[in-house]
Design a protein around this ligand. Structure first.
Ligand SMILES: Cc1cc2nc3c(=O)[nH]c(=O)nc-3n(C[C@H](O)[C@H](O)[C@H](O)COP(=O)(O)O)c2cc1C
Length: 365
């Protein structure tokens, strides 16, 4: 399938379907000599693993990562790193009733229009399980970034109408609750809301916020491959993500130039901004402040309430979806957002190596 690779220097190709033998990724372009082991990847995969709370699908998958190539004696070799995760808890018969039906909000109809047929078991390649390869590769990128003092952290900023106020964002709390929400008070309300919707055969969406710390200024390409444009593509490529904004995002449209510009100041000999409406990027290039962006995630399309639809023979009918599904996509997508952010930044850092003749000369001469 075309379009399964991402990045240009630090490049990944993901493969696998929800109910096939397994899923994985090939990471090409990771420099040699970085320490890497399966545990580095497992920590990330465990955060997206299903069956961990009432807010995620009951599908039980160990999601154990195996590194097949590219690592020798605990260090990357500079060769392609292949990572595989086997599927072990498929129940494909759960999907036999939808083989000919188009589930509203899913990619069933559009896959059929494009390819003429589709793997209807769990959505095939359009399943949330496709994100395993992204998260495994993201773990490699995160390790790379950690060595440079750069760190991406994502958390749930909102579930349905319940939004964490900016001043209350508590990243440590987000890592401890099943919704990944960054504030205990918001969690109390949002968990009741999500539970009630699920019990009524319905679902909720939300907002994921991601901050990237430690980015020096000067990273990103100035025209088509702007850092914010690449982040937008990376994040919008995640299933169920319907919106992306950086810094003040859509709010910037109703503010004034004086409000929206971030004044520059000198602090300890460094150029800093005294606010961060830009979200850490100016002209597609990192400006040295924290990068902050948000992704809007739609409600899980698989809901148990009856819905109107049509079948492959173009007959109108209705559909009731069985099987195991995430009542909310947000908690499981948080680590996917973090992974895609890490991959994007890693790729642009690598691309930046060729930006300046003086640096190239310093390296080679
Ligand atoms: C991590 C993750 C888990 C997901 N889990 C489910 C799920 O259990 N049930 C479901 O209906 N959709 C789930 N989705 C969303 C669908 O994959 C997605 O909405 C669908 O393929 C249609 O694509 P679109 O929403 O991008 O248009 C999940 C998405 C992600 C990223």
């Amino acid at each position: 399938m075309a379009g399964s690779s991402f990045g240009s220097v630090f490049r990944i190709a993901t493969w696998g379907e929800s109910h096939g033998g397994g899923l994985g990724v090939v990471v090409d372009g990771c420099p040699a000599g970085m320490s890497l082991c399966e545990d580095d990847i497992q920590i990330f995969l465990d955060r997206r693993k299903p069956g961990q709370s009432e807010f995620t699908t009951a599908r039980k998958e160990g999601d154990k990562a195996r590194i097949l190539s590219g690592v020798f004696e605990g260090k990357t070799e500079g060769t392609p790193i292949a990572i595989v995760v086997e599927n072990t808890d498929q129940r494909s018969k759960d999907y036999s009733n939808i083989a000919k039906l188009y589930r509203p909000g899913h990619a069933d109809y559009t896959f059929d229009e494009k390819y003429g047929f589709r793997d209807y078991r769990g959505g095939g390649r359009s399943s949330g399980r496709e994100t395993i390869g992204r998260v495994a590769a993201g773990a490699v990128a995160a390790k790379f970034l950690k060595g440079l003092g750069i760190n991406a952290t994502a958390y749930a900023k909102a579930i349905g109408p319940y939004t964490v106020p900016d001043e209350k964002v508590d990243i440590r709390y987000a890592a401890e609750n099943p919704l990944c929400l960054a504030d205990p008070e918001t969690y109390e309300k949002a968990s009741v809301y999500a539970r009630e919707l699920a019990a009524a055969g319905n679902s909720a969406g939300g907002i994921i916020e991601c901050v990237i710390d430690g980015m020096r200024p000067g990273i990103g390409e100035p025209v088509f491959d702007k850092l914010d444009a690449e982040l937008a593509k990376a994040i919008m490529s995640i299933g169920a993500v319907k919106g992306f904004e950086i810094g003040d995002g859509f709010k910037a449209a109703s503010s004034t130039g004086l409000e929206n510009n971030d004044p520059f100041r000198m602090v300890d000999g460094n150029i800093v901004k005294s606010s961060n409406h830009s979200g850490g990027i100016l002209g597609g290039i990192s400006d040295g402040s924290q990068i902050i962006f948000r992704a809007a995630v739609k409600p899980t399309p698989s809901i148990s309430s009856p819905q109107l639809t049509v079948d492959k023979d173009r007959q109108e009918t209705d559909i009731t979806i069985h099987g195991r599904h995430d009542p909310l996509v947000v908690p499981r997508a948080v680590v996917v957002v973090e992974a895609m952010a890490a991959l994007t930044v890693t790729d642009l850092l690598m691309r930046n190596m060729t930006a300046r003749y003086d640096k190239i000369k310093n390296f080679y001469i």
